[in-house]
Design a protein around this ligand. Structure first.
Ligand SMILES: NC(=O)c1ccc[n+]([C@@H]2O[C@H](COP(=O)([O-])OP(=O)(O)OC[C@H]3O[C@@H](n4cnc5c(N)ncnc54)[C@H](OP(=O)(O)O)[C@@H]3O)[C@@H](O)[C@H]2O)c1
Length: 241
C-alpha cells in the first residue's frame, strides 16, 4: 500500500527492527516506539520510506493519540521477556513484571492506536507470543502465563474489531536477538540449542519479520484471530535423534 503508516512498538532492535526494515523497504512511513534508538540509525539513510522515533518506556510512559500518525494501517507490539525459572523459584514480582510488559502495556499501547487504526480501510495488528504458550516447557511459568494471555487477547480483539481491524499473533521459539543472548552466549550453547529444532537451527529475526510483513499486508486480508508458530517445527513435529 502506498502511503502506508506503520507503528512498531519495540522496533529498535531484534525482530521489531527487521519488521521496520522490511516496511521501510516497501516505502511505508514507520513510527517506532522504544526506550532507545538502538539500531535505527543504521536505517535512516538507506531505505525508501520515512522513519520517526518516539522515546518511551511503555511500562511507565503513557503514549498519547497525538504522538501517533492520524491514520495507522499497521500496528505491531514487540516488547517481551524471557524470564526462565522453576515453579518454586518464580516470585510474584517476576509474574507482575512480565504481565506488565507482555500484556498490560500491549493492551494500553493498542488502545491508544485504535482511533487512528479505525481511520484505515485495511488495518492489521500483530502481537508476539512464544512457543511456550502452547507447548509445555519446564522453567517457563511466567513466560507461558503472560504469552498465553496475549494469545487469548489476540482472539478476543480479532473478534471485537472485525471486520475493520485484523489481529494476529506470532509465536516464535528461540530467535537470535538481544533478548535471547543469555541463552546463546557461546558457540557450544548455540550448537546445543540448534539440535532441539527439527529444522536444525535457531531462528533469525527475519524469519519472524517475514511473516509479520505478510500479516500486516493486504495479502493476508482474509486472516484474523490466528497464532502462527515460527519455531523450526518444534511445536508440532517430533524428529527422532
Ligand atoms: N527472541 C526470542 O528467542 C523470542 C522467543 C519467543 C518469543 N519472543 C517474543 O518476540 C518478541 C520480540 O522479541 P525480540 O527477541 O525481538 O526482543 P528484543 O530483542 O528484546 O527487542 C524488543 C524490542 O522492544 C523494545 N522494548 C523492550 N522493552 C520496552 C519497554 N519497556 N518500552 C519500550 N520498548 C521496549 C526494545 O527496545 P529498547 O530496548 O530500545 O526499548 C526492542 O526494540 C517479544 O515479545 C518476545 O517475547 C522472542
Amino acid at each position: 500500500m502506498t502511503g502506508k503508516n506503520v507503528v512498531v512498538v519495540g522496533g529498535s532492535h531484534g525482530i521489531g527492527f527487521e519488521i521496520v526494515r522490511r516496511e521501510l523497504n516497501q516505502g511505508a512511513s514507520v513510527t517506532v516506539v522504544s526506550r532507545t534508538v538502538g539500531r535505527l540509525l543504521e536505517l535512516a539513510a538507506a531505505e525508501s520510506g520515512s522513519l520517526a522515533h518516539i522515546v518511551a518506556d511503555v511500562c511507565s510512559d503513557r503514549l498519547s493519540e497525538e504522538q501517533l500518525p492520524e491514520r495507522i494501517d499497521a500496528f505491531v507490539y514487540c516488547p517481551g521477556s524471557i524470564s526462565l525459572g522453576s515453579l518454586r523459584a518464580c516470585n510474584p514480582e517476576t509474574m507482575r513484571r512480565d504481565f506488565e510488559l507482555n500484556v498490560v502495556s500491549a493492551t494500553t499501547c493498542f488502545q491508544v492506536a485504535l482511533k487512528s487504526m479505525s481511520r484505515s480501510e485495511k488495518a492489521s495488528a500483530v502481537f508476539f507470543s512464544s512457543v511456550a504458550a502452547q507447548l509445555g516447557m519446564s522453567m517457563h511459568t511466567s513466560v507461558a502465563a503472560s504469552k498465553g494471555a496475549i494469545e487469548a487477547l489476540v482472539r478476543t480483539w480479532a473478534s471485537e474489531l472485525a471486520p475493520k481491524i485484523r489481529v494476529n499473533g506470532i509465536a516464535p521459539a528461540l530467535v537470535d536477538t538481544p533478548l535471547a543472548q543469555r541463552l546463546l552466549s557461546s558457540e557450544s550453547k548455540r550448537a546445543v540449542m540448534a539440535t532441539i529444532y527439527p529444522l536444525a537451527r535457531i531462528g533469525l529475526p527475519d524469519d519472524c519479520a517475514a511473516l509479520a510483513e505478510f500479516l500486516l499486508s493486504d495479502k493476508s486480508g482474509w486472516i484474523t484471530g490466528q497464532i502462527y508458530g515460527v519455531d523450526g517445527g518444534l511445536s508440532s513435529i517430533f524428529k527422532a535423534p
